[in-house]
Ligand binder design. Structure first.
Ligand SMILES: Cc1cc2nc3c(=O)[nH]c(=O)nc-3n(C[C@H](O)[C@H](O)[C@H](O)COP(=O)(O)OP(=O)(O)OC[C@H]3O[C@@H](n4cnc5c(N)ncnc54)[C@H](O)[C@@H]3O)c2cc1C
Length: 411
């Protein structure tokens, strides 16, 4: 016997859970979240840097800019209300030489356009006041940035969903979706469920879940692994809070940085190397099927042609600790190889279009009775509560709508 729900959400990461929360608490609907793994937040949400982003980097007016600003404030409120450990510790973004100053200027301009009125330019003395071991000729101080552990947030959201009569099921990998009686039957490794609407929040597998639902997503997910090193305990004092480089605007990632973690410890990373599997958490994890899918995708070859130099540089840095440490020393010259050890990694779900372009903004595709989340990279954890609300709005539209495939969330 299958249970009837209003909405079945595929994926128990933070975006799926925030969507369920909006549907259950704001819209009075009964959602079920179906998560493949035994635990919630098992993939991107449980393998990220744990930063509550300010909204500094994103193009003014973009969904990332708008939803990061709204979501950040809601994330702080949610953590306070649910007694989730977090800290508003601030960060600095550091220019190491004159060539980076125009990009630092542009970040400052974007930050102000995105409503960050309290960002402040730092001189080398100002940098040393905040981070005594950090090099750099100028920096931006962003006081509103913070740290948290997102799996704790996701679990608290699941509590809210259950309290509002929603359901959250782990160990339920969705393997088939079919239309029946104006709704859907969702088959999974747990018991089947019936739902009027489907939301796909499957992260690194979201393009495949869309195809499984009979929707051509228009993009493919390319997995990029981010590897971290940890600072040994005796050297953690080299970093007080968060220290970031000025990012390379041609690449959608923020560059290797230092992050103090909410539970103690300091991480350095993540880099961004092509993963050999959708769940390719190390060079040992590879999948012939995933690689074959990548090689058959025209966007991969266009991307490879455009980005091969960066790709080779990232590959060499991934394989060589001394190269990784050399990059870390640009920000903190005192760091030595013995000060860091290889630690965990995460795999980012990055949507790429058939021309090889990285999708920069959050991206949803609607189809009758369905919403597919096809690009929810950083800062989607920070922005999750705001994104969840926008997805819930979309649920309302697709539940009544005729067939539309809209190119973007804003559309
Ligand atoms: C290395 C790294 C660092 C990052 N740092 C930050 C940061 O500091 N701050 C920030 O805001 N963001 C950060 N991000 C981004 C952030 O983690 C993601 O944007 C966010 O977690 C996306 O959440 P999600 O729910 O969409 O995806 P996920 O957390 O990946 O969840 C998707 C879920 O779907 C499940 N699933 C897949 N297929 C199925 C199926 N068929 N049936 C059922 N379930 C299925 C998966 O098991 C998974 O749990 C980082 C990401 C990475 C990888």
């Amino acid at each position: 016997m299958s249970t009837q729900f209003d909405v079945a959400i595929i994926g128990g990461g933070i975006v799926g859970m925030a969507t369920a929360m909006a549907l259950a608490t704001r819209d009075g609907l009964r959602p079920v979240v179906l998560e493949a793994e035994k635990e919630l937040a098992a993939h991107q949400t449980g393998h990220n840097s744990g930063v509550i982003h300010s909204g500094l980097y994103y193009k003014p007016g973009s969904l990332k800019a708008r939803l990061c600003a709204a979501g950040r404030d809601e994330m702080y409120r949610f953590c306070a209300e649910h007694a989730i450990p977090h800290e508003r510790c601030g960060k600095i973004v550091v220019a190491l030489d004159g060539s980076e100053l125009p990009r630092l200027d542009e970040l400052e301009r974007r930050g102000r356009a995105n409503g960050l009125t309290d960002i402040r330019r730092l001189t080398p003395d100002g940098i040393r006041d905040l981070e005594p071991h950090c090099a750099g000729i100028a920096a931006l101080h962003v006081p509103i940035t913070g740290i948290v552990t997102y799996p704790a947030v996701t679990r608290a959201m699941a509590g809210v969903v259950r309290a509002a009569q929603g359901d959250v099921r782990t160990g339920s990998r969705v393997v088939g979706v079919r239309r029946e009686d104006g709704g859907f039957i969702v088959e999974s490794t747990g018991s089947p469920v019936r739902a009027r609407t489907i939301v796909n929040c499957a992260g690194v597998l979201s393009d495949r879940v869309a195809l499984m639902c009979g929707v051509e997503p228009g993009v493919r997910i390319i997995p990029f692994r981010g590897e971290y090193y940890d600072l040994v305990e005796s050297r953690r004092s080299l970093v007080r809070n968060l220290i970031y480089p000025v990012p390379d605007p041609r690449f959608p990632f923020l560059g290797v940085h230092y992050t103090r973690m909410v539970g103690g410890g300091v991480e350095a990373g993540p880099n961004a190397v092509l993963a050999m599997a959708r769940h390719g958490y190390s060079w040992r994890n590879w999948s012939a099927g995933d690689l074959w899918g990548l090689l058959r995708f025209s966007g991969f070859w266009h991307m490879a042609r455009a980005q091969w130099r960066t790709g080779v540089m990232e590959l060499r840095r991934s394989l060589s600790k001394s190269r990784f440490v050399a990059d870390l020393r640009r920000l903190i010259p005192e760091i030595r190889g013995a000060d860091v050890f290889r630690a965990r990694s995460g795999v980012r779900a990055q949507a790429v279009d058939p021309t090889g372009k990285f999708l920069d903004d959050f991206h949803l595709v609607s189809a009758p009775g369905m919403v597919h989340v096809l690009n929810a990279p950083s800062p989607a954890a920070t922005a999750s509560i705001a994104i969840g609300r926008v997805i819930a709005d979309r649920v309302r539209e697709v539940s009544s709508a005729r067939a539309t495939v809209s190119p973007a969330l804003a559309g």
